[in-house]
Design a protein around this ligand. Structure first.
Ligand code: CA
Length: 233
């Protein structure tokens, strides 16, 4: 990538989908690197190369090494940019495994092109914004490192799950602005509030429990009927 044109890594074995993605995204002005298998993408991916793709779009159902494994391998090899996974409607368990393996978002096939493009833009924007903000987000005695995904409170490392980390990151980035439930769903899970509606409370309560384990003051506050906000008072 030349620093201005975002580069996308695309891995999809279905030829028609692959060609469509490649054509549409290239037409939008992205630099695309297209592969038909995880093995081919991994041969090309060089963890030591600073110019990594700005976004990876991975099909989950791949012959040979699957999309979930590819996602894990990329993360293990130090790939830090967002990963969007493409899944078939019945691959719900794989989708969850994909998110656990380090993917940031998913799209269910068949998807509308407009939705794909909106998702790609949003994911690239999120990445740029965190880059501008620097690698650390600070609030009170909490420090979140965007690059290493480490969160410390009073210097002590907290053991957060991927979703807890993402939730905290979105709240810290927005602080002191109140995040509505809908925008938290959109930014953390990448889709509108629907069947997840009770999960947000559960995640917030788990996150609070971990953050307040050593008697730390409450930083994530509930704004009744609206959503949540991270602030020190
Ligand atoms: Ca496939």
């Amino acid at each position: 990538m030349d620093g201005t044109t975002p580069s996308l890594l695309i891995v999809e074995d279905d030829r028609s989908v692959r060609e469509m993605l490649s054509a549409v995204l290239a037409h939008e002005g992205y630099e695309v690197d297209v592969h038909d298998s995880a093995e081919s993408a991994l041969r090309q991916f060089d963890p030591d190369q600073p110019d990594q793709p700005d976004l990876a779009i991975l099909d989950l159902g791949l012959p040979g090494l699957g999309g979930v494994e590819l996602c894990e391998r990329l993360r293990r090899d130090g790939y830090r940019s967002p990963i969007l996974i493409l899944t078939a409607r019945h691959e719900v368990a794989d989708r969850v495994r994909g998110l656990d393996a380090g993917a940031d978002d998913y799209l269910v096939k068949p998807f509308a092109l407009d939705e794909l493009l909106a998702r790609v833009r949003a994911m690239l924007r999120r990445r740029v914004r965190s880059g501008i903000a620097g690698t650390n987000l600070l609030l009170g005695d909490v420090e979140l490192d965007v690059d290493t995904r480490e969160v410390r409170r009073g210097g002590e490392l907290l053991d957060l799950t991927k979703l807890e980390f993402d939730l905290l990151r979105v709240l810290l980035e927005a602080s002191p602005i109140v995040m509505t439930r809908a925008s938290l769903h959109e930014q953390v899970w990448g889709f509108e509030e629907d069947h997840m509606s009770n999960s947000l409370e559960v995640f917030v309560s788990q996150l609070r429990k971990k953050m307040e384990a050593d008697g730390g003051q409450r930083l994530i506050h509930t704004v009744r009927g609206v959503g949540y906000v991270a602030r020190t008072t």
